[in-house]
Design a protein around this ligand. Structure first.
Ligand code: GAR
Length: 216
């Protein structure tokens, strides 16, 4: 079966993007990373993508000012031109309007550094520590108009340790992110994930919390 053409949207260092690129180096992986787009022209992730031989584009949001619709049309045209089939948001720090989300309905994934539905939004690690959470982690989910919501494809948990700093916890979670994003994209690209009543059905089984990192 043809490999799915994937675009990864980033804003910064792009370590999740690198994890996806690494996974896609295997010929048996069902997706290829065809394009990396950043809204930050100076994002270090763009350099990593270029050195991996992947096409990149910078679509700076600033010249669009408050016109989010025009910024998103520019993104959408690029994705369409390159015949992208699945979009992966990976540390892409712009909120998307429901227009773009609906163009990519059931074809756009996001990774969030928390065990959704807990800790939506920013500063998730500091908030998990402050709340005394015993467990924390990361989630890959389909993007829906409501922020950090949407059917969950994969989730990986880590313990929160008594001595944890925000940086220590972030590093533990990031290691999990790098496992669950390639896993989630694989499942979606293989057509093994359906959405029913706002939840993922994976290999025919309803999985409200998605699958765990060691799922095959
Ligand atoms: C990751 O931890 C990702 O989960 C988070 O940004 C980081 C990007 O790192 N995303 C969000 O917070 C989205 N709201 P990376 O650029 O090294 O992949």
């Amino acid at each position: 079966m043809a490999r799915k053409r994937v675009a990864v949207l980033i804003s910064g260092r792009g370590s999740n993007m690198v994890a996806l690129i690494e996974a896609a180096k295997q010929q048996s992986y069902p997706a290829e990373i065809s394009l990396v787009i950043s809204n930050e022209p100076e994002a270090t992730g763009l350099v990593h993508a270029q050195s991996a031989g992947i096409a990149t584009a910078a679509v700076d949001h600033r010249p669009f000012g408050k016109d989010r619709a025009a910024f998103e049309r520019a993104l959408h045209i690029l994705l369409d031109d390159r015949k992208i089939e699945i979009v992966c948001l990976a540390g892409f720090m712009r909120l998307l309007t429901s227009w773009l989300v609906e163009q990519w309905s059931a074809r756009m994934l996001n990774i969030h550094p928390a065990l959704l539905p807990a800790f939506k939004g920013l500063d998730t690690h500091a908030r998990a520590i402050a709340a005394g959470a015993k467990q924390h982690g990361a989630t890959v989910h389909f993007v829906v108009p409501e922020m950090d919501s949407g059917p969950i494809v994969a989730q990986g948990a880590v313990p929160v340790l008594a001595a944890d700093t925000e940086a220590a916890l972030a590093a533990r979670v990031l290691a999990v992110e790098h496992k669950i994003y390639p896993l989630a994209l694989k499942l979606v690209a293989e057509g093994r994930v359906q959405i029913r009543d706002g939840q993922c059905v994976i290999d025919g089984i309803i999985r409200p919390n998605g699958v765990a990192p060691d799922f095959q």
